[in-house]
Design a protein around this ligand. Structure first.
Ligand SMILES: NC(=O)c1ccc[n+]([C@@H]2O[C@H](COP(=O)([O-])OP(=O)(O)OC[C@H]3O[C@@H](n4cnc5c(N)ncnc54)[C@H](OP(=O)(O)O)[C@@H]3O)[C@@H](O)[C@H]2O)c1
Length: 356
């Protein structure tokens, strides 16, 4: 393997930032060269500042790196962003404007008309928005986003179903892990032995982001998928893993068996291109009557797959099933890394930047 591509992590101290650092530790293409966070943390070594919550040690190559402020003068061309949404908008924009490729986890730019919101197995073609984005900005830099964590697993599973049977209506109820709220996140006295039926902005994000991901790129515009989607989101006392109860109405007839076979056999560009972080099967289907469960199934496929179970007819819509996914891996840092791998494999990160 040749020289690795240096990358930076914005928001390196946070829940998602830490996952980036863990997942990139032995990455074959990328190495963490720069880390950045708030002014509170800048200027100090990572180990001294971070409240490290991973189950493996801080990678030796990062432990003593000095945290930098989030100013676009880092010694790399690619940055992964796990920034707090309160600051991510202008910071990510400033990096893209300065010529950086920004892989963002934050909500701020996901719905910008020329910013791709990508799940590589489902809508890799939406990277066609990169050229108009660069043109608009008159810069070689650009932003590519991944979805909100609960949207990720819904859209990944609806992707092949929509393509084959045309989704018309979706009802989804989520049971979302505490780690989805970042660190320190939800107070223990609020969540222990409890369910909180409100996650600010989450339902709206699921309802719109899913339709952008499953929308069609026509010219330089993504037209939203036309189905109706209603989401109800709950925070539950689970450490990692978002579980979703989904009911779907299709335009075309199908069966539980056909749905299971379609999901089991599904793959896309990451598998064809053999990308380093691609799971062999992006969707795993279980026949067990009481699975998936976050405690047992969240780490399957290294946390990079959606796990689907309990596929059965629905007396109100057509079919219903349960979906589980790892919110900080495929729902966040792992998704961004897979997006970056797709960009590299498709030539977006080659040598000199393309002319604008
Ligand atoms: N957690 C998940 O499962 C998940 C999943 C998908 C997407 N997301 C999204 O990913 C982003 C990060 O989430 P998280 O859960 O990792 O949050 P978090 O644990 O609260 O971390 C936030 C990060 O942002 C940095 N930050 C805060 N204020 C800043 C400022 N003024 N300037 C520069 N950096 C600043 C923090 O640095 P300091 O330590 O220096 O304050 C920290 O590194 C959010 O937009 C979130 O919505 C999270």
């Amino acid at each position: 393997m040749g020289v690795k591509i240096p990358v930076g992590i914005l928001g390196a101290t946070g829940t998602v930032g830490q996952k980036f650092i863990k997942l990139l530790e032995d990455h074959p293409w990328f190495e963490v060269a720069e880390i950045a966070a708030s002014e509170r943390s800048a200027g100090r070594p990572y180990e001294e500042v971070v409240s490290w919550k991973q189950t493996t040690a801080i990678p030796a190559a990062v432990r003593n790196l000095e945290l930098r402020p989030c100013i676009p003068n880092l010694k790399c061309r690619i940055v992964f962003s796990g920034l707090d949404a309160g600051v991510a908008g202008p910071v990510e924009e400033s990096f893209a404007q300065a010529g950086f490729v920004v892989l963002s986890n934050s909500r701020n730019h996901r719905l910008d008309p020329d910013v791709p919101l990508i799940i590589p197995e489902v809508n890799a073609g939406h990277l066609g928005l990169v050229a108009p984005q660069r043109r608009r900005r008159k810069s070689n830099g650009f932003i590519v986003t991944n979805s909100n964590c609960s949207t990720m697993f819904l859209a990944l599973v609806l992707g092949p179903l929509h393509r084959s049977f045309t989704v018309e209506q979706v009802m989804v109820v989520t049971m979302q892990a505490i780690s989805g709220a970042g660190y320190p996140g939800v107070a223990s006295l609020d969540i222990l032995g409890n369910v909180i039926p409100f996650i600010g902005g989450e339902e709206e994000k699921m309802e719109i982001e899913t339709r952008k991901i499953l929308g069609r790129l026509e010219g330089e515009t993504v037209n939203l998928a036309k189905f109706h989607l209603s989401a109800q989101c709950n925070r539950v006392p689970v450490e990692d893993g978002h579980t979703e109860s989904v009911s779907v109405k299709f335009a075309h007839k199908t069966s539980s068996g056909e749905i299971a076979a379609l999901l089991r056999g599904f793959s896309g560009p990451p598998q064809e291109l053999n990308l380093p972080s691609a799971p062999e099967h992006p969707i795993l289907v279980t026949d067990a009557e009481d699975r998936p469960q976050p405690r047992f199934d969240v780490a399957l496929a290294g946390g990079m797959a959606a796990v689907v179970g309990r596929i059965r007819p629905c007396p109100v819509l057509d079919f219903k099933f349960t979906v589980l996914g790892h919110n900080t891996i495929r729902g966040a840092a792992g998704a961004s890394i897979l997006n970056a791998e797709l960009l590299k494999a498709q030539g977006f990160l080659d040598g000199k930047w393309e002319e604008v």
